[in-house]
Design a binder for this molecule. Structure first.
Ligand code: GRF
Length: 197
């Protein structure tokens, strides 16, 4: 049974998809052991508490420097004996120190078909804004392993989503979440837990 930590920064709809997948038996060989928020007061923490998952807040600005933050995060993950780290709407960039501690065991969900609309500064609504500005007819979501290049790690799963003529960044984000993100992330976790990735 892999012990999973989910790292969050916002509303936690991807976390909720993981919680629901666990509850419906789609993630059999993984245990949701910890939710770590990058700041307090986010709704993702409410979702974790409702699902009786232990929570913690590790906020970068509470630490004197990057190394202190890294040690606090790595210490917490070790305390909970975490095997798999899942970035679900997590906005803090992880340092090489943290990434190297979990080789091919950190997953990230990005709301585009990488290599489009990814890398530095592409997160949240900005991704969908860029897709609409470019006029792409298809976008989607990608689950990839995290390495030291932002959104540059090995791709595990992708799913395409149609762009509609009257889309706004908000309506497109919602469709990408519903039709791609919330399906791909639980599936990717299940693959890792079943030793298939
Ligand atoms: C959304 O922009 C989503 O596309 C991306 O992270 C953001 C928040 O997701 N993956 P969540 O609702 O906090 O899971």
């Amino acid at each position: 049974m892999l012990r999973i930590a989910v790292l969050v920064s916002g509303g936690g709809t991807n976390l909720q998809a993981i919680i629901d997948a666990k509850a419906t038996g789609r993630i059999e060989n993984g245990a949701l052991a910890l939710v770590v928020a990058s700041r307090p007061g986010i709704f993702a923490l409410e979702r974790a508490k409702k699902a009786d998952i232990p929570t913690a807040v590790v906020r970068r600005k509470d630490f004197a420097d990057q190394d202190a933050f890294d040690q606090a995060l790595l210490g917490l993950l070790a305390d909970y004996q975490i095997d798999l780290v899942v970035l679900a709407g997590y906005l803090t960039i992880l340092s090489p120190t943290v990434i190297r501690a979990y080789p091919r065991r950190i997953l990230n969900i990005h709301p585009s078909l990488i290599p489009s609309f990814c890398g530095e500064g592409f997160y949240g609504l900005k991704v969908h804004q860029a897709a609409l500005e470019k006029g792409v007819k298809v976008t989607g979501a990608t689950v990839h392993f995290v390495n030291e290049i932002p959104d540059g790690g090995e791709i595990l799963l992708q799913k395409a989503v149609e762009v509609q003529a009257d889309d706004t960044p908000e309506t497109l984000q919602r469709r990408v979440m519903e039709q791609a993100e919330w399906q791909l992330l639980p599936l990717a976790i299940e693959m890792c837990c079943d030793g298939l990735a």
